[in-house]
Design a protein around this ligand. Structure first.
Ligand SMILES: *[C@@H]1O[C@H](CO)[C@@H](O)[C@H](O)[C@H]1NC(C)=O
Ligand SMILES: *[C@@H]1O[C@H](CO)[C@@H](O)[C@H](O)[C@H]1NC(C)=O
Ligand SMILES: *[C@@H]1O[C@H](CO)[C@@H](O)[C@H](O)[C@H]1NC(C)=O
Ligand SMILES: *[C@@H]1O[C@H](CO)[C@@H](O)[C@H](O)[C@H]1NC(C)=O
Ligand SMILES: *[C@@H]1O[C@H](CO)[C@@H](O)[C@H](O)[C@H]1NC(C)=O
Ligand SMILES: *[C@@H]1O[C@H](CO)[C@@H](O)[C@H](O)[C@H]1NC(C)=O
Ligand SMILES: *[C@@H]1O[C@H](CO)[C@@H](O)[C@H](O)[C@H]1NC(C)=O
Length: 654
């Protein structure tokens, strides 16, 4: 709506200015009838070329003229505006264009009407700054030859100028006043002899004279489906399993950093793309590990991004996640797979085994059991003592041992006579059955299934564990939010390379690393040789998910083709297949429920206990001896032997 108003205003202004100048310029600009015919020709021809497979309605055509328009230009514009059924934007490169960032659509066609050769650069530079700028659009240039110029040379000159600004799809209309005809020239950027290099030859598409079009040749595909071995330069950042390290260096190419890569999902993908398009694949890489580099909002870049921004490569691959800045400076392909950003921490160790025998019950159960044991032991002893007419020892030790023996399901020699005693014994035996069976079955399962320490598996655990954390610098900004836990993570975040971080998590076990899940799982396989060393948070505790893309340079003309190839490869399930192939070990390696043979480790608690008890009884025995000798020297009455006999039985009963 807005652009239309502007256009109408502009047209009006132009017509007025042209009308004003017409009288004075009538003689110099030549005959206006001829100009009208030319305009018709240009209109017909451009309508022919603008249409490209898809319907054109709705796409914008930007027409560039200058404001001191000649009769021809005004007529042209008038005719075009009258005849074309799509939206037209008219620009004048003499004036600054107003801020138009509200206009999101990209131009599909450009038409540049030149009065002088030198105008071309200025016009392109103006279009270049508009938000509608799209070098993949078709560009038609209209120029009227003067008497000394050669049509073909002029066309080549224009085409090369357009090529410099990445406008490859160019058609040049040359009007020669001698022949009174419009000739359209174009070129093939990719041919047997050219791989997008400078134009050195053109061919004629049509000639238009007296409103009649004569077609000399049909337009060849600018980016043919067979690229005839033109190079596809790719810069790979090694990031397993997307790009596995290169096998050897290549010396035969024009790049001193090209290598032979064999494995990796993205290596497979670019290889397939190069096969589909018949391009020769060159894969470059850097000696520096993880050399993605970074790209700033102002266009300064380092590492691989710097190489891409300077356009000495077509693609950068290696698990690339698109950010806003990246989207500003480069053109990503469609995402072909998903990956997740998550925390990976050391996998929880097997819990210590010495306390296997104790940890079976909670402490309260133990306390209650031993409390019952002591109380029942004392009660039994009281009853036993009374029933045996107080002929037995007053010490309850033996009775306690008997009670314990019942608890463990062995026998006892109480010989109860009173009903109370018998009922109590019966009750105790029933209790013992339960306890004994519970203990035994729990112990059995504890011995068979390894126990683990508590696994850090959420962000809260992570913060509580106070483990050092970090990852690649670019992920730090994710925690830059106003929220207590993020603030902690942001403050503690330690910048390190991915490889270093994952190694610290897996081998030194003292680091939590922010990592792509797939890369982490692959590294875990590699470092642990099948034995899992790290634990990545479950999907529900991911930081985020992202689509993995290949990154092409800005306005890479083959991007649409590549996208189509990637889509069909992905629809055919090849990408899933590659992903599975690389993770083949996980299936067999993890979750193997082997039953470990019991080792002394598992039974350490029992051995420790018996050792402790032996020591205790030896100490008591020695103390008794000492006490005995002291007593003897004082020659007092002694009941020691009874006591000693019972104490010695203690370990045996156990
Ligand atoms: C253009 O306008 C938008 C808002 O409409 C503003 O954000 C932007 O900074 C402006 N750009 C220039 C170059 O003035
Ligand atoms: C024709 O164009 C050339 C180069 O653009 C220029 O040098 C020459 O003066 C022009 N001749 C006339 C007659 O305008
Ligand atoms: C691929 O390009 C080469 C030239 O490098 C050509 O010889 C070959 O025929 C092309 N292959 C196909 C399938 O078109
Ligand atoms: C490759 O060549 C470029 C210059 O063309 C040079 O700057 C760079 O250091 C060279 N790299 C290697 C690994 O030799
Ligand atoms: C772009 O920004 C980066 C970091 O903000 C800075 O180091 C660099 O000097 C800037 N480059 C230019 C050309 O301003
Ligand atoms: C902090 O932000 C993260 C994501 O940015 C979110 O998962 C978490 O629940 C937030 N915590 C609080 C306490 O708001
Ligand atoms: C990063 O790690 C080093 C060594 O582990 C430590 O000294 C340093 O304090 C850490 N930095 C932050 C910001 O936690």
């Amino acid at each position: 709506m807005f652009s239309k108003t502007i256009l109408q205003y502009l047209l009006f202004a132009l017509i007025v200015s042209a009308a004003l100048s017409e009288n004075s310029l009538l003689t110099t600009t030549g005959n206006s009838e001829q100009a009208a015919k030319t305009a018709e020709c240009v209109l017909k021809l451009s309508a022919k070329y603008f249409v490209e497979k898809k319907a054109l309605s709705g796409s914008i055509v930007i027409i560039n003229i200058n404001s001191y328009a000649s009769t021809t230009q005004v007529l042209l514009l008038k005719t075009i505006h009258g005849g074309i059924k799509y939206s037209v934007m008219v620009k004048d490169s003499f004036y600054h264009h107003a801020n138009a960032s509200h206009f999101p659509e990209k131009a599909k066609n450009y038409m540049l009407i030149l009065e002088e050769k030198s105008e071309l650069t200025r016009n392109i530079l103006q279009l270049n700054k508009l938000p509608t700028w799209n070098p993949l659009a078709k560009a038609i240039v209209f120029y009227q030859l003067n008497k000394t110029e050669d049509a073909e040379e002029t066309a080549i000159e224009f085409i090369n100028e357009l090529r410099y600004y990445k406008l490859y799809k160019s058609i040049i209309f040359i009007y020669s006043s001698e022949e009174e005809e419009v000739i359209s020239y174009t070129w093939s950027p990719y041919s047997d002899t050219n791989c997008g290099g400078k134009c050195d030859s053109v061919y004629i598409l049509d000639k238009c004279k007296e409103n009649v079009i004569r077609e000399l040749s049909t337009q060849k595909e600018m980016f043919p489906s067979d690229m005839k071995g033109c190079p596809l330069v790719t810069y790979a950042v090694v990031s397993e399993p997307y790009v596995l390290p290169p096998e050897r260096k290549l010396t035969s190419t024009s790049f001193n950093d090209s290598y032979v890569f064999q494995k990796g999902g993205e290596i497979n993908l670019v290889r397939i793309i190069s096969q589909f398009t018949n391009m020769s694949l060159i894969i470059r890489t850097s000696d520096i590990a993880e050399n993605w580099g970074s790209v700033y909002w102002n266009g300064t870049a380092t590492g691989a991004y710097n190489i891409l921004i300077q356009e000495s490569t077509d693609l950068v691959i290696g698990n690339i996640e698109v950010t806003r800045t990246i989207r500003k400076w480069f053109n990503p392909t469609v995402s072909y797979t998903q990956d997740e950003m998550t925390w990976c921490v050391p996998r929880a160790r097997q819990a210590s085994t010495w306390n296997n025998l104790v940890i079976i019950f909670q402490w309260s159960t133990w306390v209650a059991t031993f409390g019952s044991l002591v109380i029942m032991g004392l009660v039994f002893h009281y009853l036993y003592y009374r029933e045996n007419s107080k002929k037995v020892t007053k010490w309850p030790t033996n009775s306690l041992l008997m009670t314990f023996s019942m608890l463990l399901g062995w026998g006892a020699t109480f010989e109860p006579r009173s009903a109370t005693f018998r009922i109590l014994i019966f009750g105790w035996l029933c209790f013992s059955v339960n306890m004994g069976i519970s203990y035994e079955s729990f112990l059995r399962s504890f011995l068979m299934h390894p126990r683990f320490e508590k696994q850090i598996s959420t962000e809260t655990d992570l913060i509580q564990s106070r483990i050092p954390l970090g990852g690649r610098e670019i992920y730090r900004s994710y925690f830059e939010t106003n929220n207590a836990s993020s603030f902690y993570l942001y403050r503690k975040y330690n910048s390190t390379t991915f490889a270093e971080g994952i190694k610290r998590a897996a081998q030194d076990r003292n680091f939590a690393v922010v990592s792509s899940r797939r890369q982490a799982v692959y590294q875990d396989q590699k470092l642990g040789r099948g034995k899992p060393l790290i634990y990545c948070f479950p999907e529900s505790d991911n930081l985020y998910k992202y689509g993995v893309v290949l990154l092409a340079r800005k306005w890479f003309p083959m991007l649409e083709r590549f996208n189509n190839i990637i889509r069909s490869v992905s629809e055919n399930g090849l990408i899933d297949k590659w992903n599975q192939e690389l993770f083949i070990h996980t299936v067999s390696g993890e979750e193997t429920n082997e039953i470990e043979p019991l080792s002394i480790q598992h039974l350490l608690g029992a051995f420790m206990f018996i050792g402790f008890m032996y020591t205790a009884s030896i100490v008591v025995f020695i103390l008794e001896l000492c006490y005995g000798t002291i007593e003897k020297t004082r020659s007092r009455k002694s009941w020691q032997p009874v006591y000693r006999r019972k104490k010695i039985r203690l370990p045996i009963n156990l």
